[in-house]
Every structure is written in C-alpha cells, then in structure tokens.
Design a protein around this ligand. Structure first.
Ligand code: HEM
Length: 140
C-alpha cells in the first residue's frame, strides 16, 4: 500500500546473474546489480541469495548493521506481488518501526505433567520429614 511497484516472483527469478541481480528481503525487491562489487560480504552471497527466491533469512542471519539497512533503500525497486507477511520468515533483529511484519508472540504452554515430578519430590520430602520427626519422638 505504499506505492511501490508490485513485481511478480516469476519476473524476479529472471534476475539472478551478475548482469542483473534482484533480491527479495521481507517482501521488498532490491536491484543490487550495481552493489555487487561493493558489497562487503562479497558478490557471491548476493548472487546465491538472489537465486533462492527469498533472501530474508540469509540477510538476517548475517546480522546486518543499521547502516546496511539504510543502504538497502538505495536499491529498492518494488515489492513482491502477493507477498504475505504472515507466511514470511519472522525478522530476527531490529524491529524498526513500520509495523508491517509483526512477530506473533508465542504463548508458553504448561501441561500437568510439567508439575508432576516437582510435586512428587515435594511429597516424598514432606513424608520423610514427617517420618523422621515421628522416629525422633518415639525413640526419645
Ligand atoms: C540490499 C541488500 C544488502 C545490503 C545493502 C548489504 C550491505 C552490507 C553491508 C553494509 C555490510 C557490512 C557489514 C554491516 O554493515 O552490517 C554487509 C556485510 C555482509 N553481508 Fe550484506 N547486504 C545486503 C544483502 C546481503 C544478503 C542477501 C546476504 C546473504 C547472504 C549478505 C551477506 C553479507 C555477509 C556474509 C557480510 C559480511 C559480514 C562480515 O564479514 O562480518 N548481505 N552487507
């Protein structure tokens, strides 16, 4: 909805060479052809990530700096047509503002079996304490 050109995945797939290299990161399409030579991580990784269809995972794995993230905007050419953030990989770092990719908070789930062992140990401890107390009173 932010006026970016929608680009179909079929078209993006055609641009995975040194002549023309496009990347999809979090639903946005970047033309990094001119950046290949300057990328501090080397051109190979970009070319490889370009061929995978979605470079979000590898981009986040590297833990790119905020400067790197700002530089990305220089290469932005559009967004992936039919991009569904709920099906996309959840960004692992930097939840910077726009709010379009919300990480779904995971509710911790507890089962009764989680409590059984500690309860049992507590029970054994109380029983042995009571029995010890009994022994002392009967022997005294
Ligand atoms: C438009 C997209 C990208 C931009 C603007 C970009 C920019 C940068 C920058 C500025 C650095 C230097 C370190 C930093 O500031 O974080 C870097 C390093 C690196 N990048 Fe990227 N990058 C992009 C995409 C990718 C992708 C898709 C991969 C996938 C594998 C990747 C892999 C790496 C690696 C391996 C390093 C080297 C990290 C190191 O040696 O510490 N980059 N990138």
């Amino acid at each position: 909805m932010d006026g970016l050109k929608k680009i179909p995945a079929t078209e993006i797939r055609l641009h995975n060479s040194k002549k023309s290299c496009w990347l999809v990161i979090h639903g946005k399409v970047y033309d990094v052809t001119k950046f290949l030579d300057d990328h501090p991580g080397g051109e190979e990784v970009l070319l490889h990530a370009s061929g995978t269809g979605d470079a979000s995972g590898s981009f986040e794995d590297v833990g790119h700096s905020s400067t790197a993230r700002k530089r990305m905007t220089n290469y932005l050419i559009g967004e992936l047509e039919g991009y569904d953030p709920s099906k996309a990989p959840i960004p692992r770092k930097a939840s910077s503002g726009s709010g379009s990719t919300k990480a779904v908070p995971q509710k911790p789930s507890y089962a009764i079996s989680d409590y059984l062992l500690p309860l049992f140990l507590l029970f054994v401890a109380v029983v042995s304490w009571l029995m010890l107390g009994d022994e002392k009173t009967t022997t005294a």
